[in-house]
Design a protein around this ligand. Structure first.
Ligand code: SF4
Length: 402
């Protein structure tokens, strides 16, 4: 059933339309596709012999209480069994109403803040990645009526009246986006400044004092515009050897990447800096020289790509208000995603001796498809950082500073 719903969304969603078999990827290859209860019942009643056999052989019941996830489609060599030439057999034969909630929703992400529906998208879809990341202007948001299927999955709901912390949602979200879109800083430095802001928030977030939290926003807004902050961040030490040793290990452990394009990028990044060599100083010199030649000029001209990636993350994740994770964990996740994407861009730029906006989008899309959704990757790097003996906030800034 479809309904007209007032929705807050980034403007790139106004243009989004699935491009079907012209797509360079698919919605579902490499992923386990969840089937909700209603859809499972419909599939069990399908009479078509070919489809019914696949349902019997490839859709397995899950042992879960969630009605959105009563079964899942087992993939065949990484691809959904219903996918043919980039098109979904179920949708072609039975229409959209036979898609599971997961398939119907992807690549969209729906949240609800108070009564307001928010719509954005994952960057694992080539078309949303292209529309969102290649926009050179600041990412803007619209409120507009949208005809939506009521079966879409709502990822998160928050009530701003639920707690003192939640009551500061809009002040914190608006300022976070303001930081990330402040083009007088490099994108890495914006993320460092966001870390300083988050660290301060973490120290007072449990206070039941709304004005104390709002005062932090006001204080940091003034600091953002101060030339002293630019100097303060520029004086932070660069620790390339730490960054390189972490990413060397990460790239070397990513041996079972199923996504072909990301696997190639991973190999290129590994070869770009001679990681096989035991001479750490030589690796570092090669990294700095290569980045200065092929990455820095590119990103100075096209920093909007990384900016848009971060703003989209913050919006669709309800950053700092995500259920089940605290402020440090949220900032940690954002930092890991950003620094890994940056490292892939650097590695490929140096290996191929060039970088283009389209290639950068392709890297981010394949990274999002393969790794961003992988809890094992994020938890590997998170636990590495959480297990260091140094202050976590300082360590994260070390990972970012260039
Ligand atoms: S990944 Fe995006 S463009 Fe490609 S088939 Fe899925 S929704 Fe369509």
């Amino acid at each position: 059933m479809k309904k007209s719903i007032v929705t807050l969304k980034p403007q790139y969603m106004n243009e989004f339309q699935c491009i079907g078999n012209a797509c360079s990827d698919t919605c579902c290859s490499g992923w386990k596709v969840n089937i909700d209860k209603q859809t499972y019942k419909k599939y069990k009643k399908i009479k078509d012999r070919e489809v019914a056999t696949k349902v019997a052989n490839y859709i397995k019941k899950e042992n879960t209480l969630s009605t959105d996830n009563v079964a899942s489609i087992q993939t065949n060599e990484g691809a959904c069994v219903f996918l043919h030439d980039g098109l979904c057999e179920i949708q072609l034969k039975y229409g959209e109403e036979y898609l599971s909630k997961t398939c119907l929703t992807y690549p969209r992400v729906f949240n609800v803040v108070d009564q307001q529906v928010e719509l954005s998208a994952n960057m694992s879809c080539p078309e949303t990645a292209r529309l969102a990341l290649l926009n050179q202007e600041l990412m803007q948001f619209d409120v507009a009526e949208e005809i939506l299927d009521v079966r879409h999955i709502i990822k998160q709901k928050i009530e701003t009246k639920q707690s003192v912390w939640n009551s500061c949602f809009w002040e914190i979200r608006t300022f976070t986006i303001e930081i990330l879109q402040n083009r007088s800083y490099s994108v890495s430095d914006r993320l460092i400044f966001l870390g300083l802001f988050c660290r301060k928030l973490a120290s007072i977030s449990s206070s039941e004092n709304r004005s104390q939290i709002v005062n932090v926003v006001t204080e940091f807004r003034m600091r953002l515009d101060s030339s002293d902050t630019v100097k303060e961040i520029s004086k932070l030490p660069q620790a390339y050897h730490v960054q390189l040793s972490i990413f060397k290990e990460i790239l070397q452990t990513q041996t079972n990447i199923h996504h072909n394009r990301l696997r190639n990028y991973n190999n290129e990044a590994l070869q770009a800096f001679d990681f096989e060599s035991s001479d750490k100083d030589a690796i570092q010199s090669k990294y700095i020289k290569g980045c200065n030649e092929y990455y820095v000029p590119f990103i100075n001209e096209h920093s909007y790509i990384l900016e848009n990636y971060l703003v989209n993350q913050v919006f669709h994740r309800l950053f700092l208000f995500n259920e089940g994770s605290n402020i440090l964990e949220e900032y940690l996740r954002l930092t890991i995603l950003f620094s890994t994407v940056r490292f892939y861009l650097q590695g490929v730029a140096v290996f191929e001796k060039k970088m283009t906006p389209e290639k950068a989008v392709d890297i981010i899309q394949s990274f999002s498809k393969s790794i961003e959704h992988s809890s094992s990757y994020l938890s590997l790097l998170s636990s590495k950082i959480m297990n260091t003996n140094v202050d976590k906030w300082t360590f994260l800034i070390t990972l970012l500073k260039q």
